[in-house]
Design a protein around this ligand. Sequence first.
Ligand SMILES: [Zn+2]
Ligand SMILES: [Zn+2]
Length: 767
Amino acid sequence: MRRGLKGSCELQRKRIEIEGIVQGVGFRPFVYQIARLYGVGGWVCNTSRGVMIEAEAVSTSLNSFLVDLKEKTPPLAEITRFDVVDCSLQGDDCFVIRESVAAVQKTARIAPDTHVCDACQKELFDPADRRYRYPFINCTHCGPRFSIVTGIPYDRAKTTMVDFPMCAACRGEYEDPASRRFHAQPNACPVCGPQVRLLSAQGQALTDIDDPIAATIDLLRQGGIIAIKGLGGFHLAVDACHSEAVAELRRRKARDEKPFALMVRDPAAARELVHIDEGEEALLTSTARPIVLLDQVSDHGISSLVAPGNRSFGVMLPYTPLHHLLLHTEFRALVMTSANISDEPIVFRNDDASRRLSGIADAYLVHNRRIHTRTDDSIARVLAGRPMLLRRSRGYVPRAVSLPHAQPAVLALGAELKNTLCLTQADRAFLSQHIGDLKNREVYSALEQSAAHLEEILATRPAVLAHDLHPDYLSTHYAQQRDELPRVAVQHHHAHLASCLADNGVDATTIGVIFDGIGLGPDGTIWGGEFLVGDFEDFRRAGHLACLPMPGGDAATREPRRMALSALLHAYGNDIPALTHDDGFSEQERKLLQRMVERKLNSPLTSSCGRLFDAVAALAGVRQIVSYEGQAALELEQAIEKAEEAAAYRFEIQSEGDLLVCDPTPLIRQVMEDVCAGRDAAWVSIRFHNGLADVIAEVCRRIRVQTGLERVALSGGVFQNRILTEKTFRILSGQGFDVLLHRQVPPNDGGLSLGQAVIAGRRFGKN
Ligand SMILES: [Zn+2]
Ligand SMILES: [Zn+2]
């Protein structure tokens, strides 16, 4: 029959080997369907590395088959290798899905958790469907993956779905190559699968309720705070328009000002709250469904307590069937914030929820599908016309970042804040989910578990460990514990540079502008406003922002007013002009701090750009004391309502040998002149952003003269700032620089482990 097709009659047979995320994502049924479409004979099967196909047909059909195979892959598939070789004809007339070859599926990869697909959503709201309103509907194109995997090979027995034997109907789908649920490991239905339950504030099952979801919606309407178990952990949910409920949530969660994320029904509902351009809509509706930072519209109707002091909202769309059922109501938006207490990891177990969230939640909407690996929501924004991740977690993990070269297996332990891990396997780097701030024991044990899990699912034992230069970090402590493995200590800002290079697939010496909060420098001072010249192997410091003392050390990161005082002492000496606002210091406190700085007591020096932001934010009267990391800088950025022309503040660039030091003395004086002249924070903020962008461009230009380098990598948490990043990008590009921004991993410390991994891989590979 297939020989009757038009075109060349010459029969050919090819063997195709495919690697990547091609198992458990509907790949074999997809191959089967296109083989049938083009009249191709042969077979497909899973192998230890991915999928193997033998395909026999006339050449025109075979070519069409190959084109579709490459270009029309299922949504969750990701091909990293695609090899085609000729082989001898076998005379296969039909196409079959073969049982997997015996080899253990060791290197085949696991897909990220993915939002419920359109086909499943349609069934969810179809009263005639057997899964009508079933909160765990999924198929090979969607649903939980990473969060439910307990080991490899990826099949039902190695997921938390092992608790639910399939009913006959589900098994029929699971075994039918023509079904959308063929080998969908989390396949389930109301008869055989997980169920939701509503628990009281005390954690008791509420038995008098028919429909736990409807009851949850009622409680939310009344202003209740409900802990809702999702894909990677619990959220705390309240009606975002209900100010008392939002205020109560802040009070109970002891979270004063940090913005809460919102979940809305669909993009149309999002448009009632925020402005969305084409790129932002693509990000919002992508299968990963991150929280996207978007500018608020003026009459959004959301409680002002959701994101105090902010011009943007973090908005996400529903990504589980349960979310769709909750949002399929009149709620304008729900606050959906990670269920944790201050800096602890997100709660993800039912028993843990009632214990740790006791006193916070009025009720718990739980289910009995276990979450094996907790994953927070990812956060992203569009910047310079492209998506940029600010937190890379659910929906992205465990997708790999391709490295320019293969390297030894490195486990990199990341930074102290926003910690992630990175494990490399040949020329791929796998970052863990967001683990959190390594300050307490809970987060430390999350790090230990994540390292073990990553090694397990990748079947890779590290040959070397990479950690930060800082001897006191818990991640360094972890590396020391595993003393059977060699260790490489990596400087924080060098790791940022390498991360940005690896993120862009560049393996060459580059100028790195690395602006962030704080990281230990090799000279023992605290770095954070750095111009580096370096590559995967080594770096040198080519310039930096001038050092300012941090009076009181860590206390200065919590109190921008301390940095303001430090900056004033730097710019004016003892002849400080009077402030026009109240910074809350008594005369005595001010004198004490001044003496600390003068006598260099507990006042470590820092070149941190984050601290300079703090100083300017405090001087402009924006923020004296912060309640979360980066708050002052964020609010200074947000003070700018719309772009306005204003002359840049000026740094004085001094050469110390071939080191360029950017002294903010003129800048601080200009800030004070503006503030004393009654200029508002927006004005100061615009001039400050312009000043930073100008000094970056000027220093890069001088480094280009020294070195001939034409490429600049922008990394570090400061480059989450859209105004600064876009401005700097524009100026540098205009001067002919090739500017690298982060794309696959965050510019903040969440992307640091990638840089540590490539540096350690390069150094260790040389030994
Ligand atoms: Zn689906
Ligand atoms: Zn079933």
